[in-house]
Ligand binder design. Structure first.
Ligand code: ADP
Ligand code: MG
Length: 342
């Protein structure tokens, strides 16, 4: 039986390079090789595309995260395929397992559009809008969803008077990830330092009311125009952390995900409906993980959407689908098939 050629791309210039490598290794392992032949492509932190053989180490080993090294190979995108070391290889579909800058913000999506190669995940505009928290909040509000109240600052505006806010507030870069540059500010005299740090990551910074609530995530999968929502997961962060910050995300044992989240049937359904609403508000395709706050008085507040969420076999997104009855391999096949049918 002939198979379709799928290029898995991982790594990339963003701060989530290493996580992307682990996700890419996961997709390679999980791929149904009776239907698909993989080609593994890495992008170095400096942005160079390289060809990797299937045994390239992409797992965490002795707590050391994998990275993509420049191995001297050359890879260029071309119409309908890739030119690898000077030879054209026809590609049926690309799975860009890339998080953050370049991979999740519409840039690689534009290159893949220009090359006329089908790809997994959201298109250029949805990717860009989802990556920009200020923009996506506007779209969520327009769709009638609740979000954390707040203001958006740009670099050239004067910093607002710290006394006008009720503390604590969260300060975060509009385009960020992994909680980098995100601060819980408990008093006015710490506001300006937090803003300054957040501006290291982006030209736009959000100041938001701190929402008191549980953090609930829902995985959305779109196939041929129909979106499906998974069971819900609750992020349970060890109490030694103030919030779901960078260390809580990546240190072993700092966080667990409770699946399914203990939430009433009715509110579970409301969150699932909200997740699909958020997916549609941004105009996503393929997949997205929708992250909510669920308050003690049962309010559902949309926090953010991730168009290429962590995708290792043990990441939240695949775990939520597994608990819903879709295996990792089925999930990958479904995403590729959906991309091919676009
Ligand atoms: N308005 C808020 N209220 C309460 N917690 C927040 C708020 N904004 C962010 N956080 C905390 O910071 C974490 C990271 O913020 P988030 O907006 O999800 O950005 P990232 O893209 O870095 O994940 C959240 O998971 C949550 O723990
Ligand atoms: Mg988040």
């Amino acid at each position: 039986m002939s198979t379709l050629t799928v290029a898995i791309i991982c790594g990339g210039p963003s701060s989530e390079h290493d996580v992307s490598c682990v996700s890419g290794g996961g997709v390679l392992k999980g791929l149904d090789t009776e239907s698909f032949t993989p080609i593994l492509i890495g992008i170095t932190k400096a942005g160079k595309w390289v060809a990797l053989d299937e045994n390239y180490p992409l797992a965490i080993k002795n707590k050391v995260m994998p990275t993509i090294e420049d191995n001297g190979t050359s890879v260029q995108l071309s119409t309908g395929g890739l030119v690898i070391n000077g030879n054209f290889v026809q590609i049926d579909c690309i799975f860009p397992v890339l998080h953050g800058e370049f991979g999740e913000d519409g840039k690689i999506q534009q290159l893949l559009e220009d090359a006329h190669i089908p790809y997994v995940g959201s298109g250029v505009k949805a990717s860009a809008d989802a990556m920009d928290k200020a923009k996506s909040k506007e779209l969520f509000v327009a769709a009638g969803m609740k979000v954390a109240p707040g203001v958006v600052l740009t670099r050239h505006e004067p910093v607002p008077d710290a006394k006008r806010f009720t503390y604590p507030v969260f300060v975060k870069p509009s385009s960020g990830g992994s909680s980098r540059g995100t601060h819980k500010v408990k008093a006015a005299d710490h506001l300006s330092a937090a803003i300054e740090d957040a501006f290291l990551y982006d030209d736009k910074v959000l100041i938001e009311t701190a929402i008191k609530g549980r953090e609930i995530e829902c995985a959305v999968l779109e196939r041929d125009g129909t979106s499906y929502a998974s069971v819900l997961g609750e992020i349970v962060v060890d109490p030694r952390f103030e919030f779901y910050d960078f260390e809580a995300k990546y240190l072993d044992d700092a966080t667990t995900v409770k699946i399914p989240a203990e939430i009433s049937e009715a509110d579970t359904q409301s969150i699932q409906i909200a997740a699909i609403k958020a997916f549609d508000a941004i105009g996503c395709s393929g997949l997205a993980r929708c992250d909510f706050f669920y308050t003690d008085d049962n309010q559902i507040i949309m926090n953010e959407i991730n168009t290429m969420p962590g995708f290792t076999g043990t990441s939240v997104y695949p775990k939520l689908w597994d608990a819903t009855g879709v295996s990792y391999t089925q999930l990958i096949s479904g995403l590729i098939e959906s991309a091919l049918n676009k």
